[in-house]
Design a binder for this molecule. Structure first.
Ligand code: SAM
Length: 298
């Protein structure tokens, strides 16, 4: 297998670009064995590693026997630091970006750097690996065909509750990150706002020694979590089954279904009116067809 530097050299010859590559390297979310051999190779070959917390990443790199200059790049200094990373790349040095855990930019710093590097035409290449939201979803047993990654909800109660209100009717599986200090309050708000019967799966300490999944109706998960003496310790991904279609339909609930049917019936055959009303409200086509027949008879 050709080494990464061979590939880079070929790329440089092809493009006439001798600037370095910015590698976005995923690191473990708990279990160090999850670091890919390719990630280790890239970290050993780059000139500089930009890290969210240099002390934290220093320990990982020491464990790997990688000794490279580290540059701190976190939420508070990212804008200022981007320029110096871009300079290193322009000089032809390869740079790796890592965060404290998992995939950089996923609720982690790096967006400004990647955006700027791309806009300068610098090659940005991902070295994929652990990501808490993907790991959690892969084992949750909730629909994954459509999901919405929300990240962290607002820390304050009012903000969190209004964010949940906005998501209440979304039919996609919802994925949140939550801190141990707020997990009980967040799940309690979910049970209240999204509904006590809404299916929730919590992935706690994924890939670590005390990995636990809690699942079931929101109210039950809340009771289980409250009763577990370790329940609110560790790191959490919270996943929530999306709203049922009828609940989420643009108009269901507030809508006067009969009025909608009447309007549609005036313009098209009954069957078609029932079909469109069903798409708009999420209600059953046959049920709507029956109602349309009754309306017509009246
Ligand atoms: N970049 C990371 C990723 O790719 O998942 C996420 C970083 S974000 C600052 C940290 C949050 O991710 C934690 O508060 C928790 O919600 C979630 N998380 C990280 N590691 C986890 C784990 N092992 N188990 C469960 N959740 C985890």
């Amino acid at each position: 297998m050709k080494s990464e530097s061979d590939q880079l050299a070929r790329q440089a010859i092809k493009t006439g670009d001798n600037r370095g590559t910015l590698y976005i390297v995923a690191t473990p979310i708990g279990n160090l064995d999850d670091l890919s051999p390719r990630a280790v190779k890239v970290l050993s070959e780059v000139a500089v590693i930009a890290a969210e917390d240099t002390r934290h990443s220093g320990r990982l790199l020491q464990h790997l026997g990688v000794n490279k200059p580290l540059l701190a790049l976190h939420d508070h200094n990212e804008r200022g630091r981007v320029q110096s990373v871009l300079e290193r790349l322009s000089e032809g040095s390869d740079v790796a970006l890592i965060s404290d855990a998992g995939t950089p930019l996923i609720s982690d710093p790096g967006y400004v750097l990647v955006r700027e590097a791309r806009s300068e035409g610098i090659r940005v290449s991902p070295i994929p690996g652990p990501c808490a939201l993907v790991a959690a979803l892969s084992a949750a047993g909730l629909p994954t065909d459509r999901f919405l990654f929300v990240g962290f909800l607002p820390a304050k109660r009012a903000g969190r509750r209004s964010a949940l209100e906005e998501l209440r009717k979304d039919t996609a599986t919802l994925v949140f990150y939550e801190s141990p200090h707020r997990i009980l309050d967040a799940v309690a708000d979910m049970a209240e706002i999204l509904g006590p019967g809404r299916e929730i799966v919590l992935g706690r300490e994924i890939t670590k020694a005390f990995e636990t999944f809690y699942s079931g109706e929101a109210a039950k998960v809340l009771v289980e979590l409250t009763a577990d003496p370790h329940g609110s310790r560790g790191e959490f991904v919270v996943m929530v089954r999306g709203a049922e279609k009828a609940e989420s339909g643009l108009m269901a609930g507030a809508l006067d279904v009969e009025r909608l049917l009447s309007l549609l019936m005036a313009e098209m055959p009954l069957k078609k009116a029932a079909k469109i009303a069903s798409e708009l409200t999420g209600l059953g086509k046959n049920e709507l067809y029956q109602r349309a027949l009754e309306l017509k008879d009246n």
